[in-house]
Design a protein around this ligand. Structure first.
Ligand SMILES: C[S@@+](CC[C@H](N)C(=O)[O-])C[C@H]1O[C@@H](n2cnc3c(N)ncnc32)[C@H](O)[C@@H]1O
Length: 394
């Protein structure tokens, strides 16, 4: 899927921007303390917190701060592995496009990489953070790039000018990370209802609908779009996919789930999409949960007889816990609670006895599942967990 031949030029591009690769948090934070003053670190932490509140003013203030020459290399070095993952994949898919729009380009680290890789293509980067755009313009000039332009523009207020063969949006269109997304029809299923109102509400709340309308109108008839957003959870993935499908976009290639490191942490953001309209659409949209790493439910292997180790006979925190729960023999319910919010969200928890043991099963409309199976003697322990979950907020 990935063409490693661009790797050396991508590493040297990131080094030119002052970014360094780190695999240890300790080494990274040591460098952060050397490169930034305590005041700069405190200000940055404050702005990260403010950005989480989700107002566009706070978000612009945060991205403006990241463009400062001291802060930029330190902060964006955390995303080094992200730039490797996305930079190579996008660069490999620019294809025949002559005019390319990079929406929410930030300080232009990736846009300038693409422009260096393809001197014969014309790039435009837009972003609503004025200081990020100022930095992008300075850096493009320092690199001697004549095939890239950066404009400061808020896509939610002003439509960019021009027509494009390809639009790139990486970590740019679905910022509303606190949004609950589109819940499933009930705690028993991963399916989403097909009614249009909850979808329209999601598109308006998160702004994704108007943004896609605007971008669609800028794209040539045979144009393509590359999209990579934080939409791993079905509750976000499904409404994003439906918003794209409603505007005529389909999959040119099977989406790839991308994982990358944020220094020591592993980020699992979800699918990388290459999209087109008309005849270029080759694959169907998939609304099922991604394959998970939950343990296989094998009744024959469940331990027989009692043990006082307290070790569960079986435990699964993945969507496949639902299949295991469905397969339990001769289930007898001891207690159950289902809570429901007016917006359709549900949480179900049940304590039961099955042939295999005593079990606790939890499921909600945001696709979380949990099954714990213990020896019958441990029923009191599971009953206590049941009370905690039944008393918790949705
Ligand atoms: C996480 S950064 C991603 C930067 C770059 N695309 C990348 O992949 O590294 C998100 C950027 O989107 C920009 N952005 C968010 N909403 C925007 C909007 N409505 N109009 C223009 N830019 C926007 C932010 O200012 C920020 O620079």
């Amino acid at each position: 899927m990935i063409n490693d031949s661009r790797l050396p030029s991508l590493h040297s591009h990131l080094a030119w921007w002052g970014l360094r690769p780190f695999t240890s948090d300790e080494a990274y934070f040591q460098w952060q303390r050397e490169a930034l003053s305590p005041d700069e670190i405190a200000t940055l932490h404050r702005q990260v917190e403010q950005k989480r509140r989700g107002s566009s003013t706070d978000e612009v203030a945060f991205y403006d701060a990241t463009a400062h020459p001291n802060i930029l290399p330190v902060l964006y070095s955390q995303r080094y592995d992200y730039y490797l993952a996305i930079g190579q994949r996008v660069a490999d898919r620019l294809g025949e496009a002559r005019s390319i729009l990079d929406v929410g380009c930030g300080v232009g680290i990736l846009t300038t990489f693409y422009a260096r890789q393809y001197p014969d293509k014309a790039f435009v980067g837009i972003d609503r953070s004025p200081l990020s755009i100022a930095r992008a313009q300075e850096q493009a000039q320092a690199l001697g790039l004549t095939n890239v332009r950066f404009d400061c523009l808020d896509l939610d207020r002003v439509a960019p000018a021009g027509a494009y063969d390809l639009i790139l949006a990486t970590h740019a269109l679905v910022q509303a990370e606190q949004d609950p997304g589109l819940p499933s029809r009930s705690w028993r299923t991963f399916e989403r209802a097909s009614e249009s109102q909850p979808q329209t509400d999601f598109e308006q709340r998160t702004g994704i609908g108007p943004r896609l309308d605007c971008l669609s109108s800028l794209l040539a008839a045979e144009g393509r779009m590359i999209l990579f957003e934080k939409t791993r959870q079905l509750a976000r993935r499904v409404p994003l996919q439906r918003a794209l499908a409603a505007r005529g976009f389909g999959l040119i290639e099977q989406p790839e789930l991308i994982r990358y490191r944020l220094v020591e942490e592993v980020a699992d953001d979800g699918p990388f999409y290459l999209l087109g309209r008309g005849d270029s659409r080759r694959f169907r949209w998939d609304e099922s949960p991604e394959p998970d790493e939950g343990p296989h439910f094998d009744r024959a292997k469940l331990k027989a007889g009692s043990t006082d180790s307290g070790e569960p006979l079986y435990e699964n925190h993945w969507p496949s816990a639902q299949i295991a729960w469905e397969q339990l023999h001769a289930k007898h319910l001891l207690k159950e609670t289902t809570k429901q919010e007016p917006d359709g969200r549900q949480l179900h928890v049940e304590l039961g006895q099955a042939e295999e043991g005593v079990y606790l099963y939890c499921a909600n409309t945001l696709d979380q599942r949990q099954l714990v199976l213990l020896e019958p003697a441990s029923r009191a322990l599971l009953a206590a967990y049941y009370q905690d979950i039944a008393a918790s907020a949705l």
